[in-house]
Design a protein around this ligand. Structure first.
Ligand code: CIR
Length: 254
C-alpha cells in the first residue's frame, strides 16, 4: 500500500473553516503531528510518498479531498472550495504512474472527504463541497468497473467522512446525529460515543484502525469490538477541520 501525503503548509492558519471557529494554530505542532501520522502509516506497512509541497495552499495537507482512488481508476476531484481547486494538479501528476486518471469537470464539485468506499459501493455525501453534478460524474466514471454510487444526506459536519467511515467491509463507525445510520443498511453500524462527535473519522489500514487519540471512549469501544487500534495525536490538525482520513490517499499496489 502506498500512502500519498502532503506537507503541512506554513499558511495552514488561513485554512477553510465551515463548522469551526478560527482558533490559533501552532503550525510547528501540526507538522509534528503530521510526521507522527506518517510514521504510524509506515509502521502499518504503507510506503509513504509525499506529493511536492504546496506552501501557498493552506489546506494542501488534506490531500484526501483531491482524489478518489480505486483499484481500477483515480478520479481527480474538483474541490468544492475554490481556494482548493488548484491543489489537484500535483496530486494528479503523482497518481498518474499508478492509475488511469479521470477528472471531475465544471460545474461538478466533489471533495474526496465526501466519498466512502465499502465493498463495491461508493457512498457520497451531498454537502456544500460535493454537488449533484459531481456525484453524477463520479457515478459515470466508476460504473464501468462495477461500482455503485449511493448519495447520502449529511448535516452538521463538513464531509460525509466526518460523520462515518468504514471499519471493515461489513461495518461502519458513525455519528448518528450527522448522518442517518439507515443509509448504510445492511452494513453493521457502530456509533461513536455521544461525547465524542468527531470520533467517526478513522483510517482503515489492512486489519488495523488508525484513529485520533482525542477520542478515548470511542476508541475503547472499538477495541472492545475486537478492532486492532493505533492512535495518533491529531488535535492541532483538527483546528483546521481536518481529521485522520484527510491526510492521506491510500493506493493499493496493483
Ligand atoms: C477544508 O475546509 O477544506 C479544510 N480546512 C479541511 C479539510 C478536511 N478534509 C477532509 O475531511 N477530508
Amino acid at each position: 500500500m502506498i500512502a500519498f501525503t502532503r506537507a503541512v503548509s506554513p499558511t495552514l492558519a488561513n485554512c477553510e473553516l465551515t463548522h469551526l471557529d478560527r482558533s490559533p494554530i501552532d503550525v510547528a505542532r501540526a507538522i509534528e503531528q503530521h510526521a507522527q501520522y506518517e510514521a504510524a502509516l509506515a509502521t502499518l506497512g504503507c510506503t509513504v510518498h509525499r506529493v511536492p509541497a504546496a506552501p501557498d495552499h493552506p489546506d494542501a495537507v488534506f490531500i484526501e479531498d483531491t482524489a478518489v482512488v480505486l483499484d481500477e481508476v483515480a478520479v481527480i476531484t474538483r474541490p468544492g472550495a475554490e481556494s482548493r481547486r488548484t491543489e489537484v494538479e500535483a496530486v494528479a501528476a503523482a497518481l498518474a504512474p499508478y492509475r488511469p486518471l479521470h477528472q471531475i469537470q465544471h460545474p461538478g464539485t466533489v471533495d474526496g472527504g465526501d466519498v466512502m468506499l465499502v465493498g463495491r459501493t461508493l457512498y457520497v455525501g451531498r454537502t456544500p463541497r460535493t454537488n449533484d453534478d459531481g456525484i453524477a460524474q463520479l457515478a459515470e466514471a466508476v460504473r464501468p468497473f462495477g461500482y455503485a454510487v449511493t448519495p447520502v444526506e449529511v448535516q452538521g459536519c463538513l464531509h460525509l467522512k466526518s460523520a462515518v467511515t468504514a471499519l471493515d467491509d461489513a461495518t461502519v463507525l458513525c455519528n448518528p446525529r450527522w448522518v442517518s445510520p439507515g443509509a448504510f443498511a445492511p452494513l453493521r453500524v457502530v456509533a461513536v460515543d455521544l461525547h465524542e462527535p468527531n470520533a467517526a473519522n478513522v483510517v482503515r489500514v489492512g486489519r488495523t484502525v488508525l484513529a485520533a487519540a482525542a477520542y478515548p471512549r470511542t476508541n475503547a469501544a472499538l477495541e472492545a469490538h475486537g478492532y486492532a487500534l493505533v492512535t495518533v495525536p491529531a488535535d492541532e490538525l483538527a483546528k483546521a477541520e481536518g481529521a485522520v482520513t484527510c491526510c492521506s490517499l491510500l493506493v493499493a499496489a496493483s
